[in-house]
Ligand binder design. Structure first.
Ligand SMILES: Nc1nc(=O)c2c([nH]1)NC[C@@H]1CN(c3ccc(C(=O)N[C@@H](CCC(=O)O)C(=O)O)cc3)CN21
Ligand SMILES: CC(C)C(=O)C(=O)O
Ligand SMILES: [Mg+2]
Length: 298
């Protein structure tokens, strides 16, 4: 059985906005329309990203690095992911919302994987989940899709195991690892994955995988030959400056703008320029004299 994200309504319990059908990524690949994906971690940014017309909003476990201040994604918990996925879901009307399953939420057993993936769908209202890796993860993906959970794969640089496998570096540079990546990609497709993220791999390898798969590939540091592209939104708008991967293109520099705005605010308050009359509830209340007299009388 194949579980696709559009095969189910993406509706959480509660206060979700009315929505149209999520984009059909398979149809987009088949028609040669490129897929756009960005991360978001809260309601406000999710709304902006959705309104700008992105097809897929990923609640990435990069949360740990760009929002929570860890230097890796591995400490991120299911509860943290769900907390943010719920907020994101409330901000999205149109895009497919994908919950990134955190480290050790799907590796311990396939039962635990289904239970945790189910929480993204049932509690947060996500339309799909994403898991990292090939090899042993493939059977888990098969089990999850058989249970009706739409699963996105993720190969190449897989940050959850990066520390154990050579760091934040390009993958698939030699023939053996390229061969393994091609095989993992085919296995994930056969296991029912509906799309595949390719992170930090040579453009030629990503193109080859994209040509050989029926399901769409979504690249990050994987060149122009993929069916779509994903980036971390904080990188795109210049709100993250701890490091900048070479594949990131910055479309805005918000950090200096925020710093300057906050600096002006601080100076205004210190100098007594803000708040002023224009930002106060002005006018003399009719009872003011009475109140003063009353207080003075004790
Ligand atoms: N802000 C942010 N952006 C991301 O893209 C991102 C995260 N955080 N956190 C989770 C992972 C980690 N990622 C990273 C982080 C660093 C590089 C990096 O600096 N790579 C080098 C490659 C060097 C080499 O292979 O020799 C580069 O130059 O891009 C790559 C991916 C991608 N993901
Ligand atoms: C960079 C994307 C693919 C991701 O997994 C994340 O943001 O966690
Ligand atoms: Mg991730």
């Amino acid at each position: 059985m194949e579980a696709t994200p559009h095969s189910r309504p993406q509706d959480p319990a509660g206060e979700a906005p009315a929505r149209v059908t999520v984009p059909d990524l398979q149809q987009m690949k088949d028609e040669g329309r490129r897929i756009t994906m960005l991360t978001a971690y809260d309601w406000g940014m999710a709304r902006l990203v959705d309104e700008a017309g992105v097809d897929v909003v990923l609640v990435g476990d990069s949360l740990g690095m760009v929002v929570l201040g860890y230097d890796a994604t591995t400490p991120v918990t299911m509860d943290e992911m769900l907390h943010h996925a719920k907020a994101v879901r409330r901000g999205v009307r149109r895009a497919l919302v994908v919950g990134d399953m955190p480290f050790l939420s799907y590796q311990v057993s396939r039962e635990e994987a289904v239970r945790n993936a189910g929480r993204f769908l049932k509690e947060a209202g996500c339309g799909a989940v994403k898991v990292e890796g090939g090899g042993a993860v493939v059977e888990t993906v098969r089990f999850m899709t058989a249970a009706g959970i739409p699963v996105m794969g993720h190969l190449g640089l897989t940050p959850q195991t990066a520390a154990a496998t050579g760091g934040f570096r390009v993958r698939g540079r030699d023939l053996a690892s390229a061969r393994r990546l091609v095989a993992d990609a085919a296995d994930l497709e056969a296991a029912g994955a509906f799309a595949l993220v390719l992170e930090c791999v040579p453009a030629a390898l990503a193109r080859l995988v994209t040509e050989r798969l029926r399901i769409p590939t979504i690249g990050i540091g994987a060149g122009p030959g993929c069916d779509g592209q994903v980036l971390v939104v904080n990188d795109v708008v210049g709100l993250f400056d701890r490091f900048r991967p070479s594949f990131v293109k910055r479309y805005a520099e918000l950090a200096p703008t925020v710093r300057a705005a906050v600096g002006e605010y601080v100076a205004d308050v210190r100098e007594g320029r803000f708040p002023d009359e224009a930002h106060s509830f002005t006018g003399e209340p009719p009872w003011l004299a009475d109140l003063r007299a009353e207080l003075e009388a004790g």
